[in-house]
Ligand binder design. Sequence first.
Ligand code: NAP
Length: 401
Amino acid sequence: MTREKLKIGLFGYGCVGQGLHDVLNSSKGFRADIVKICVKDPSKKRRIPMANFTFDKNDILNDPSINLVVELIDDADAAYKIVTTAMKKGKNVVTANKVMVAKHFKKLVEMQDKYKVSLLYEASAGASIPIIRNLEEYYDNELLYSLRGILNGTTNYILTLMHNQGIDYEVALEEAREKGFAESNPSLDVEGWDAKYKLCIITGHAYGLFLEPDEVFHYGIKTISKFDIQYAKEKGFKIKLVPYVGKTNENTITSFVLPRFISPDKYLYNVDYEYNGVITEAAFADKQFFSGKGAGGHATGSAVLSDISANSYGYKYEYKKYQQGTVSNYTRDYRLEVYLRYNNEKDRELFKFEEVSEYFSGRSYKYVIGIVNLKRLYEIKEKLRTMDVFIVNTGRKGVNS
Ligand SMILES: NC(=O)c1ccc[n+]([C@@H]2O[C@H](COP(=O)([O-])OP(=O)(O)OC[C@H]3O[C@@H](n4cnc5c(N)ncnc54)[C@H](OP(=O)(O)O)[C@@H]3O)[C@@H](O)[C@H]2O)c1
C-alpha cells in the first residue's frame, strides 16, 4: 500500500498536542510534517519557535497544501466547527475529542460519506488502548455480548488514592489535577460524562447504534464518601467507575455508567491510577482484556500517531456493525443490583427498590442493597445530581452482567 506524504495542520498545543509532537519527533521513519499549529492564547510562552504557530484557524483550513487536520483542542464547540469545515474542504481529520464525536456522532459519520473524507478518533476512547479499530476490524463479525471497563483515568486515579491511602475525595481530586490527569473542567470526569461519551463512541463501533448521550444513564463518583470505601474494603472490593454496554436480547442493547464493586479475581481490580482497562465478552473469542494508559500527553499522542499513520494509507472506519444492522433497539428496562448509601428514607423511596437483600442503619449513614430498574434511575437522574447518596452496581452474577 502506498503512503501519502502527510502535511498536517495541528489544532491545539496543550498536553496532547505537545505529546503528539514528541511522539512524531521520535518516529523517524514516519513521513509527516506539521505545517502549522493553531492555538488560542497569543500571550502563552511556547517551547518551540513562534513561527510554527498561528491564531487564525483559516491559516490551516484554507491552506490547500494541508491534507490532514489533527484536532487536539479542549473546546468541543470550536472543535466541531473546525472539524466539519475541514471535512467540507475535503481534508481528512484525526481528533481526540470525545465530547465532540459523541455529541455529533451520526452527523460526523454521514459527513465522511458525503465529503469522501476520513475521520479517525482512536484517542477519544481509552487513550492508548486501541479499542475502536479492534472493534471495527477484529470484532467485525463477532457476536459481542458485552463490553465494560475503566475509561476515565482521572476518576480511577482518585479512587485508587482513596482506596490505597485512605485520603478524602477532595484531596485526591486535587492531586489528579496537579498530575495533569483531570480535564480543564473536572465535573466532566467525576460526574461520569467523560466515561459516557467514550461509551457512546464505543457503542457505535461495537453494535452500530449511534446513541444520543442524553439517552444513556450515567452516574459518577462526586458523592463518594469514606463510608463507601470502608464498606467496599470490608468486603474485599475496590470501587471503580465502570461504563457498560451489552445485549439484552438478539437485537437489543442497554448501556449505563455506574461505579461498580470489583473483587480481586476480576481483571479490572488491578487497573489502578490513570490506567484504563476494557473487557470484551464475545461468543467465539470469549473474554478478552485490554489495558493501558488512559490519559497523558504521550500515551494519547501515540493513539493519535496511530490514526495519522492509518490515514497515510487511506484507512477509514467502515462502521461495519452499523452496515450489518443486527442491533436495532436500545432499552433501559434492565434490572440491576445496587448498593445505595443514603441518609434520608425519602431519598431511598425514590429508587423504588424491587427487592432488598441487605440493609444497614447506623448513626452516620445507612445503606441498602437491592434490585432497581435502570429505567427508574434514568427517570430520577436530574434529582440524583443534588442528592446526598452514592450508588454502586454490585455486578452480582445472575442479576446483571
Ligand atoms: N489530556 C489527556 O490525557 C487526554 C486524553 C484523551 C483525550 N484527550 C482530549 O484531547 C483534547 C486536548 O486535550 P488536552 O489535555 O491536550 O487539552 P489542553 O492541555 O487544555 O490544551 C488545549 C489546547 O487547545 C488550544 N485551544 C483551545 N481552544 C482553541 C481554539 N478555539 N482554537 C485553537 N486552539 C485552541 C489551547 O490553546 P492555548 O495553548 O493557546 O491555550 C491548547 O493548546 C481534548 O479533546 C481532550 O478531551 C485528552
